[in-house]
Design a protein. Structure first.
Length: 366
Protein backbone atom coordinates (compact mmCIF):
# COMPACT_ATOMS: atom_id res chain seq x y z
CA UNK A 1 0.00 0.00 0.00
CA UNK A 2 2.89 2.38 0.81
CA UNK A 3 4.34 1.99 -2.71
CA UNK A 4 0.93 2.59 -4.27
CA UNK A 5 0.42 5.70 -2.14
CA UNK A 6 3.89 7.02 -2.98
CA UNK A 7 3.30 6.51 -6.69
CA UNK A 8 -0.09 8.22 -6.52
CA UNK A 9 1.28 11.20 -4.60
CA UNK A 10 4.32 11.43 -6.89
CA UNK A 11 2.17 11.59 -10.02
CA UNK A 12 -0.09 14.24 -8.43
CA UNK A 13 2.96 16.31 -7.49
CA UNK A 14 4.59 15.99 -10.92
CA UNK A 15 1.41 17.14 -12.66
CA UNK A 16 0.93 20.01 -10.22
CA UNK A 17 4.52 21.21 -10.58
CA UNK A 18 4.45 20.86 -14.36
CA UNK A 19 1.27 22.89 -14.61
CA UNK A 20 2.67 25.56 -12.26
CA UNK A 21 5.94 25.86 -14.19
CA UNK A 22 4.19 26.02 -17.57
CA UNK A 23 1.73 28.62 -16.23
CA UNK A 24 4.61 30.72 -14.92
CA UNK A 25 6.45 30.50 -18.24
CA UNK A 26 3.25 31.42 -20.09
CA UNK A 27 2.75 34.44 -17.84
CA UNK A 28 6.36 35.57 -18.31
CA UNK A 29 6.12 35.14 -22.08
CA UNK A 30 2.90 37.17 -22.27
CA UNK A 31 4.59 39.99 -20.34
CA UNK A 32 8.02 40.09 -21.96
CA UNK A 33 6.90 39.36 -25.52
CA UNK A 34 4.55 42.34 -25.50
CA UNK A 35 1.47 40.13 -25.87
CA UNK A 36 -0.04 41.50 -22.65
CA UNK A 37 0.30 45.04 -24.03
CA UNK A 38 -1.39 43.91 -27.24
CA UNK A 39 -4.28 42.36 -25.29
CA UNK A 40 -4.62 45.60 -23.33
CA UNK A 41 -4.90 47.59 -26.54
CA UNK A 42 -7.53 45.18 -27.89
CA UNK A 43 -9.53 45.59 -24.68
CA UNK A 44 -9.45 49.36 -25.01
CA UNK A 45 -10.63 49.14 -28.62
CA UNK A 46 -13.53 46.85 -27.71
CA UNK A 47 -15.04 48.94 -24.87
CA UNK A 48 -14.61 52.46 -23.56
CA UNK A 49 -15.37 52.05 -19.86
CA UNK A 50 -12.22 51.42 -17.79
CA UNK A 51 -13.77 48.67 -15.67
CA UNK A 52 -15.22 46.89 -18.69
CA UNK A 53 -11.78 47.11 -20.27
CA UNK A 54 -10.46 45.41 -17.15
CA UNK A 55 -12.94 42.55 -17.43
CA UNK A 56 -12.24 42.05 -21.15
CA UNK A 57 -8.48 42.14 -20.53
CA UNK A 58 -8.65 39.63 -17.67
CA UNK A 59 -10.80 37.32 -19.80
CA UNK A 60 -8.40 37.49 -22.78
CA UNK A 61 -5.37 37.07 -20.52
CA UNK A 62 -6.93 34.22 -18.56
CA UNK A 63 -8.13 32.23 -21.57
CA UNK A 64 -4.73 30.68 -22.48
CA UNK A 65 -4.22 29.71 -18.82
CA UNK A 66 -7.63 28.01 -18.77
CA UNK A 67 -6.78 26.12 -21.97
CA UNK A 68 -3.37 25.14 -20.58
CA UNK A 69 -4.78 23.99 -17.23
CA UNK A 70 -7.79 22.01 -18.52
CA UNK A 71 -5.89 18.81 -19.46
CA UNK A 72 -3.99 18.87 -16.16
CA UNK A 73 -7.21 19.35 -14.22
CA UNK A 74 -8.88 16.47 -16.07
CA UNK A 75 -6.01 14.05 -15.57
CA UNK A 76 -5.19 14.93 -11.97
CA UNK A 77 -8.76 15.46 -10.78
CA UNK A 78 -10.61 12.78 -12.77
CA UNK A 79 -8.48 10.28 -14.67
CA UNK A 80 -5.91 9.66 -11.95
CA UNK A 81 -8.55 9.41 -9.21
CA UNK A 82 -10.33 6.69 -11.20
CA UNK A 83 -7.08 4.92 -12.01
CA UNK A 84 -6.37 4.53 -8.29
CA UNK A 85 -9.96 3.67 -7.37
CA UNK A 86 -10.62 6.86 -5.41
CA UNK A 87 -13.35 8.54 -7.44
CA UNK A 88 -17.08 7.85 -7.54
CA UNK A 89 -17.81 10.50 -10.19
CA UNK A 90 -18.83 10.14 -13.79
CA UNK A 91 -17.16 12.54 -16.19
CA UNK A 92 -20.38 14.55 -16.43
CA UNK A 93 -20.60 14.88 -12.64
CA UNK A 94 -16.94 15.88 -12.41
CA UNK A 95 -17.40 18.49 -15.14
CA UNK A 96 -20.48 19.92 -13.41
CA UNK A 97 -18.72 20.17 -10.04
CA UNK A 98 -15.83 22.02 -11.65
CA UNK A 99 -18.23 24.30 -13.49
CA UNK A 100 -19.95 25.14 -10.21
CA UNK A 101 -16.57 25.84 -8.61
CA UNK A 102 -15.71 28.16 -11.49
CA UNK A 103 -19.02 30.03 -11.16
CA UNK A 104 -18.60 30.41 -7.39
CA UNK A 105 -15.06 31.67 -7.99
CA UNK A 106 -16.35 34.25 -10.44
CA UNK A 107 -19.09 35.45 -8.07
CA UNK A 108 -16.57 35.86 -5.26
CA UNK A 109 -13.61 36.97 -7.34
CA UNK A 110 -15.10 39.59 -9.66
CA UNK A 111 -16.01 42.07 -6.89
CA UNK A 112 -12.51 41.68 -5.45
CA UNK A 113 -10.99 42.27 -8.88
CA UNK A 114 -13.03 45.45 -9.40
CA UNK A 115 -12.15 46.74 -5.92
CA UNK A 116 -8.50 45.93 -6.56
CA UNK A 117 -8.48 47.89 -9.82
CA UNK A 118 -10.33 50.81 -8.21
CA UNK A 119 -7.62 50.96 -5.54
CA UNK A 120 -4.89 50.99 -8.19
CA UNK A 121 -6.66 53.88 -9.92
CA UNK A 122 -7.58 55.97 -6.90
CA UNK A 123 -5.01 54.97 -4.24
CA UNK A 124 -1.86 54.37 -6.30
CA UNK A 125 0.51 54.91 -3.38
CA UNK A 126 -1.28 52.88 -0.71
CA UNK A 127 -3.31 50.37 -2.75
CA UNK A 128 -1.47 47.47 -1.12
CA UNK A 129 -2.59 48.51 2.38
CA UNK A 130 -6.24 48.99 1.43
CA UNK A 131 -6.30 45.75 -0.55
CA UNK A 132 -4.89 43.88 2.46
CA UNK A 133 -7.66 45.41 4.58
CA UNK A 134 -10.31 44.38 2.07
CA UNK A 135 -8.92 40.85 1.99
CA UNK A 136 -9.09 40.67 5.79
CA UNK A 137 -12.79 41.56 5.90
CA UNK A 138 -13.45 39.33 2.92
CA UNK A 139 -11.84 36.34 4.69
CA UNK A 140 -13.94 36.98 7.79
CA UNK A 141 -17.14 37.18 5.73
CA UNK A 142 -16.28 34.01 3.84
CA UNK A 143 -15.47 32.31 7.13
CA UNK A 144 -18.93 33.19 8.39
CA UNK A 145 -20.93 32.13 5.31
CA UNK A 146 -18.90 29.31 3.75
CA UNK A 147 -20.33 26.49 5.86
CA UNK A 148 -23.95 27.58 5.38
CA UNK A 149 -23.94 29.11 1.89
CA UNK A 150 -21.01 27.87 -0.22
CA UNK A 151 -20.36 24.28 0.89
CA UNK A 152 -24.04 23.23 0.46
CA UNK A 153 -23.69 24.11 -3.23
CA UNK A 154 -21.43 21.08 -3.54
CA UNK A 155 -22.59 18.67 -0.84
CA UNK A 156 -25.75 17.80 1.06
CA UNK A 157 -25.42 18.45 4.79
CA UNK A 158 -27.60 17.02 7.53
CA UNK A 159 -27.27 17.06 11.33
CA UNK A 160 -25.48 14.00 12.62
CA UNK A 161 -28.01 11.51 13.97
CA UNK A 162 -25.95 9.17 16.11
CA UNK A 163 -26.73 9.38 19.87
CA UNK A 164 -23.60 7.53 20.97
CA UNK A 165 -21.28 9.75 18.93
CA UNK A 166 -23.10 12.92 19.96
CA UNK A 167 -22.75 11.94 23.60
CA UNK A 168 -19.03 11.39 23.17
CA UNK A 169 -18.67 14.69 21.30
CA UNK A 170 -20.61 16.68 23.88
CA UNK A 171 -18.25 15.34 26.55
CA UNK A 172 -15.28 16.70 24.60
CA UNK A 173 -17.00 20.02 23.92
CA UNK A 174 -17.78 20.43 27.63
CA UNK A 175 -14.18 19.61 28.46
CA UNK A 176 -12.96 22.32 26.08
CA UNK A 177 -15.49 24.81 27.41
CA UNK A 178 -17.53 25.52 24.31
CA UNK A 179 -21.04 24.72 23.16
CA UNK A 180 -21.43 22.69 20.01
CA UNK A 181 -23.04 24.84 17.32
CA UNK A 182 -23.53 21.99 14.90
CA UNK A 183 -22.16 18.58 13.92
CA UNK A 184 -23.01 17.58 10.39
CA UNK A 185 -22.72 14.63 8.06
CA UNK A 186 -22.15 15.34 4.35
CA UNK A 187 -22.29 13.12 1.31
CA UNK A 188 -18.59 13.05 0.49
CA UNK A 189 -19.10 9.66 -1.16
CA UNK A 190 -20.86 11.27 -4.13
CA UNK A 191 -17.43 12.37 -5.39
CA UNK A 192 -14.74 10.28 -3.70
CA UNK A 193 -13.87 7.24 -1.59
CA UNK A 194 -11.51 9.38 0.51
CA UNK A 195 -12.48 10.29 4.07
CA UNK A 196 -12.24 13.58 5.89
CA UNK A 197 -13.53 15.74 8.72
CA UNK A 198 -13.11 19.47 9.23
CA UNK A 199 -13.84 22.44 11.42
CA UNK A 200 -15.51 25.18 9.37
CA UNK A 201 -17.05 28.59 9.94
CA UNK A 202 -16.61 31.33 12.51
CA UNK A 203 -18.67 32.25 15.56
CA UNK A 204 -22.27 31.10 15.41
CA UNK A 205 -21.75 29.65 11.93
CA UNK A 206 -19.08 27.22 13.17
CA UNK A 207 -19.65 23.62 12.19
CA UNK A 208 -17.74 20.40 12.54
CA UNK A 209 -18.40 18.28 9.48
CA UNK A 210 -17.81 14.58 8.85
CA UNK A 211 -17.77 12.91 5.47
CA UNK A 212 -20.05 9.88 5.22
CA UNK A 213 -17.02 7.95 3.97
CA UNK A 214 -15.50 8.47 7.40
CA UNK A 215 -18.63 7.86 9.47
CA UNK A 216 -19.39 4.61 7.61
CA UNK A 217 -15.89 3.12 7.84
CA UNK A 218 -14.55 4.13 11.24
CA UNK A 219 -15.52 2.93 14.71
CA UNK A 220 -17.20 5.31 17.20
CA UNK A 221 -14.02 5.59 19.29
CA UNK A 222 -11.98 6.41 16.18
CA UNK A 223 -14.50 9.06 15.09
CA UNK A 224 -14.48 10.49 18.60
CA UNK A 225 -10.69 10.72 18.47
CA UNK A 226 -10.84 12.51 15.12
CA UNK A 227 -13.44 14.86 16.63
CA UNK A 228 -11.06 15.47 19.54
CA UNK A 229 -8.49 16.61 16.99
CA UNK A 230 -11.00 19.15 15.59
CA UNK A 231 -11.82 20.27 19.14
CA UNK A 232 -8.08 20.83 19.56
CA UNK A 233 -8.25 23.38 16.74
CA UNK A 234 -11.09 25.16 18.57
CA UNK A 235 -9.26 25.01 21.91
CA UNK A 236 -6.12 26.56 20.43
CA UNK A 237 -8.07 29.13 18.35
CA UNK A 238 -6.40 28.06 15.14
CA UNK A 239 -9.01 29.58 12.85
CA UNK A 240 -8.54 32.99 14.39
CA UNK A 241 -4.77 32.60 14.38
CA UNK A 242 -4.90 31.61 10.73
CA UNK A 243 -6.91 34.68 9.79
CA UNK A 244 -4.57 37.02 11.70
CA UNK A 245 -1.33 35.52 10.38
CA UNK A 246 -2.81 35.26 6.89
CA UNK A 247 -3.73 38.94 6.98
CA UNK A 248 -0.26 39.98 8.18
CA UNK A 249 1.30 37.84 5.45
CA UNK A 250 -1.03 39.39 2.87
CA UNK A 251 -0.05 42.92 3.93
CA UNK A 252 3.63 42.04 3.74
CA UNK A 253 3.36 40.24 0.41
CA UNK A 254 1.35 43.07 -1.16
CA UNK A 255 3.79 45.67 0.18
CA UNK A 256 6.72 43.76 -1.33
CA UNK A 257 4.80 43.46 -4.60
CA UNK A 258 4.40 47.24 -4.68
CA UNK A 259 8.14 47.73 -4.04
CA UNK A 260 9.20 45.26 -6.74
CA UNK A 261 6.62 46.62 -9.17
CA UNK A 262 8.22 50.07 -9.55
CA UNK A 263 11.44 48.97 -11.33
CA UNK A 264 9.49 46.52 -13.50
CA UNK A 265 7.15 49.31 -14.58
CA UNK A 266 10.10 51.48 -15.57
CA UNK A 267 11.68 48.59 -17.46
CA UNK A 268 8.41 47.91 -19.32
CA UNK A 269 7.89 51.67 -19.86
CA UNK A 270 4.54 51.65 -18.05
CA UNK A 271 3.59 55.15 -16.97
CA UNK A 272 0.85 54.59 -14.38
CA UNK A 273 0.01 51.82 -11.93
CA UNK A 274 -3.57 51.72 -13.26
CA UNK A 275 -2.33 50.55 -16.67
CA UNK A 276 -3.87 47.15 -17.38
CA UNK A 277 -0.47 45.64 -18.16
CA UNK A 278 0.45 46.15 -14.50
CA UNK A 279 -1.86 43.25 -13.58
CA UNK A 280 0.24 40.45 -15.14
CA UNK A 281 3.36 42.07 -13.64
CA UNK A 282 1.77 41.90 -10.19
CA UNK A 283 0.71 38.30 -10.83
CA UNK A 284 4.32 37.46 -11.69
CA UNK A 285 5.67 39.13 -8.54
CA UNK A 286 3.04 37.52 -6.28
CA UNK A 287 3.79 34.12 -7.79
CA UNK A 288 7.48 34.50 -6.93
CA UNK A 289 6.89 35.86 -3.42
CA UNK A 290 4.41 33.02 -2.91
CA UNK A 291 7.36 30.61 -3.15
CA UNK A 292 8.50 32.08 0.17
CA UNK A 293 5.19 32.72 1.90
CA UNK A 294 3.60 29.40 0.89
CA UNK A 295 6.06 27.16 2.77
CA UNK A 296 5.90 29.45 5.81
CA UNK A 297 2.10 29.18 5.84
CA UNK A 298 2.37 25.41 5.55
CA UNK A 299 4.87 25.32 8.43
CA UNK A 300 2.41 27.17 10.66
CA UNK A 301 -0.37 24.81 9.59
CA UNK A 302 1.76 21.77 10.44
CA UNK A 303 2.45 23.28 13.88
CA UNK A 304 -1.29 23.70 14.41
CA UNK A 305 -1.93 20.13 13.34
CA UNK A 306 0.62 18.82 15.84
CA UNK A 307 -1.07 20.84 18.60
CA UNK A 308 -4.45 19.39 17.64
CA UNK A 309 -2.97 15.87 17.54
CA UNK A 310 -1.59 16.28 21.07
CA UNK A 311 -4.95 17.54 22.25
CA UNK A 312 -6.72 14.52 20.76
CA UNK A 313 -4.23 12.09 22.29
CA UNK A 314 -4.67 13.73 25.68
CA UNK A 315 -8.46 14.04 25.70
CA UNK A 316 -9.93 11.24 23.58
CA UNK A 317 -11.65 8.59 25.69
CA UNK A 318 -9.50 5.92 24.03
CA UNK A 319 -6.30 7.77 23.02
CA UNK A 320 -4.89 4.79 21.11
CA UNK A 321 -7.87 5.01 18.75
CA UNK A 322 -6.45 8.24 17.32
CA UNK A 323 -3.41 6.31 16.12
CA UNK A 324 -5.54 3.66 14.41
CA UNK A 325 -7.73 6.39 12.90
CA UNK A 326 -4.66 8.06 11.37
CA UNK A 327 -3.53 4.74 9.90
CA UNK A 328 -6.96 4.10 8.38
CA UNK A 329 -7.18 7.65 7.00
CA UNK A 330 -3.78 7.29 5.35
CA UNK A 331 -4.77 3.99 3.79
CA UNK A 332 -8.19 5.17 2.61
CA UNK A 333 -6.87 8.46 1.19
CA UNK A 334 -3.70 6.94 -0.31
CA UNK A 335 -1.52 9.40 1.58
CA UNK A 336 2.24 9.04 1.23
CA UNK A 337 3.25 8.09 4.80
CA UNK A 338 6.79 9.43 4.52
CA UNK A 339 7.34 12.09 1.80
CA UNK A 340 10.74 13.64 1.22
CA UNK A 341 11.40 16.39 3.81
CA UNK A 342 11.66 19.07 1.09
CA UNK A 343 8.35 17.98 -0.41
CA UNK A 344 6.74 18.12 3.01
CA UNK A 345 8.24 21.55 3.75
CA UNK A 346 7.10 23.18 0.51
CA UNK A 347 3.76 21.53 -0.17
CA UNK A 348 2.22 19.82 2.86
CA UNK A 349 -0.13 21.56 5.29
CA UNK A 350 -0.10 18.48 7.57
CA UNK A 351 2.85 16.58 9.03
CA UNK A 352 3.52 13.26 7.37
CA UNK A 353 1.58 10.28 8.68
CA UNK A 354 4.89 8.75 9.81
CA UNK A 355 5.63 11.79 12.00
CA UNK A 356 2.09 11.94 13.35
CA UNK A 357 2.18 8.26 14.27
CA UNK A 358 5.56 8.71 15.94
CA UNK A 359 4.14 11.59 17.98
CA UNK A 360 1.16 9.44 18.93
CA UNK A 361 3.39 6.57 20.06
CA UNK A 362 5.55 8.89 22.14
CA UNK A 363 2.57 10.49 23.84
CA UNK A 364 0.84 7.17 24.46
CA UNK A 365 3.97 5.79 26.11
CA UNK A 366 4.54 8.84 28.31
Amino acid sequence: MDNKAKKYERIKLIFSLTESILSFLLLASLIFSGAARWLSEISQLMVSNSYLQLLVFVFLLGLPFFILGAPFSWYSGFRLEHKYGLSNQTFGAWLWENTKALMVGLVLGLPLLLIFYALLRHQPQTWWFWLGTVLFFFSVIIGRIAAQVIFPLFYKFEPLDHPELLSRMNRLADLAGFRLQGIYRFDMSKTTKKANAALTGLGKSRRIIFGDTLLDNFSPVEIEAIFAHEVGHVHHRHLLTGIITGTVAAYLQLYLADRFLQPLMRWQEIGTISDLTVLPLLALILTLTGLVFGPLTNALSRFHERQADRYALKNAEVPASFKTALEKLAEQNLSDPDPHPLIEWFFHSHPSIKKRLRLAEQQLQS
